[in-house]
Design a protein around this ligand. Structure first.
Ligand code: B12
Ligand code: SF4
Ligand code: SF4
Length: 320
């Protein structure tokens, strides 16, 4: 079997960036149900459920560019994972290539690719393989800061653990991310989902006024707690910002054609239209939404959201 470093070099060449790779031989005790309340999550978080022959995990962490955008009114912010090429597709392709290379030396083996899938906990797999630790911003802290994506092959290969050996403790005397979070979502030492903007702007249905205000001008995701972290490098985004009204005027066919390679396209046009409506509302007030009433009328959810915004007073907003 190729060594950890040989495998790492293969995937580094394939992705052309500073990838870290580690191998973790599964230890059953890390996937046991702890309480009844956890049952559902731990059942889903059971590697043997996904691949009965599972014996090991080959984990990669892949850095991406953390962009800060300069926007004007009428434009919207998206998290950096939405500006760069869709990492799900990029990492899945690199992991498929890696599996094919391993197959050439080891013969056929069972495997499943995981990149941000609901079912297994990526941060846990990365922690167990020695990539770093879960930081105060609730993300995996690595030698490349928290601006990384995680992917792995769950495999039937009987190979020993070879950890990345990343040993850091950047958070000990720091709380910059907690202080920077505009909604207080990190205050409890865990991620308070109901307060996290990245959760709110991916939620389905009509958002209440607290959620509307929390969204500010972020159409998708949120990077504020990552900007604040001294371990992360921030770049000014060179791509033009998104024009909010484009999401209100674009056809479904054009959306499918032009946005298929964006990581937020999975949300679908209706949720993105709701978010665009809220960003415009937060920037200009309800009058700016009037020209799009016909678009909103086509979806009961969008119409309900619009009616809620019309019934509220814009002057109450307080979060940037
Ligand atoms: C659902 C989800 C979200 C949701 C909810 C997150 C949540 N915590 O529940 C929302 C929409 C809010 C979200 C937001 C973001 N997400 Co997200 N998300 C996920 C997803 C799909 C599942 C996470 C989950 O539900 N975990 C279950 C809960 C229980 O875990 P948790 O509370 O976060 O942490 C526990 C475990 O990690 C566990 N654990 C950790 N290590 C270990 C080790 C051992 C031994 C054990 C037993 C347990 C353990 O203990 C922690 C505390 O209980 C993962 C992909 C995946 N399949 O894992 C990506 C993932 C976590 N997200 C990712 C990213 C990039 C983001 C955003 C930065 C995107 C953005 N810019 O908007 C934000 C960041 C928000 C933040 N500050 O955390 C990356 C994180 C990369 C990194 N550096 O860690 C992941 C890993 C996707 C990927 N493969 O790249 N996300
Ligand atoms: S993603 Fe945004 S809202 Fe969520 S914890 Fe980080 S800064 Fe707070
Ligand atoms: S800002 Fe500070 S506390 Fe937060 S993740 Fe970075 S190092 Fe840790």
């Amino acid at each position: 079997m190729l060594s950890r470093i040989e495998l790492q070099n293969i995937i580094k060449n394939s992705l052309g960036c500073d990838v870290t790779l580690a191998i973790y031989a599964l230890e059953e005790e890390h996937f046991k149900v702890q309480t009844d309340a956890d049952n559902d999550w731990h059942f889903k978080n059971n590697p043997y459920h996904h691949l009965p022959s599972a014996k090991s995990v080959i984990v990669i962490t892949v850095p991406y560019a953390l962009h800060v955008q300069r926007i004007k009114k009428g434009q919207a912010r998206v998290a950096s994972i939405g500006i760069n090429d869709d990492y799900h597709q990029v990492l899945a392709k690199a992991l498929t290539d890696l599996a094919n290379i391993i197959e050439q030396s080891e013969g056929a083996f069972d495997y499943k690719i995981f990149v941000d899938k609901h079912g297994l906990d990526d941060k846990k797999m990365a922690t167990l393989s020695g990539m770093g630790y879960v930081a105060k911003n609730q993300l995996l802290m690595t030698n490349n800061g928290t601006v990384i994506n995680i992917g792995y092959l769950l495999t039937s290969l009987d190979i020993p653990t070879s950890r990345a050996g990343v040993d850091l403790n950047a958070c000990e005397s720091c709380s910059k991310c907690v202080d920077a979070c505009p909604t207080g979502a990190l205050d409890s030492g865990r991620l308070n989902l109901e307060k996290c903007r990245a959760f709110i702007n991916q939620k389905k249905g009509v958002l209440n006024m607290r959620e509307v205000i929390s969204m500010g001008d972020w159409l998708y995701g949120c990077d504020i707690c990552q900007y604040a972290c001294p371990k992360n490098k921030v770049e000014i985004c060179k791509r033009p910002p998104l024009i909010v009204k484009d999401f209100l005027t674009i056809s479904k066919a054009t959306f499918k054609r032009d946005y298929a390679d964006r990581s937020y396209s999975y949300l679908g046009l209706t949720i993105l239209r709701r978010n665009a409506m809220i960003v415009l509302y937060n920037q200009f007030g309800v009058e700016a939404l009037k020209p799009y009433e016909d678009v909103f009328k086509r979806s009961p959810m969008l119409w309900q959201q619009y009616c809620l915004l019309k019934s509220e007073n814009k002057d109450d907003t307080s979060i940037e």
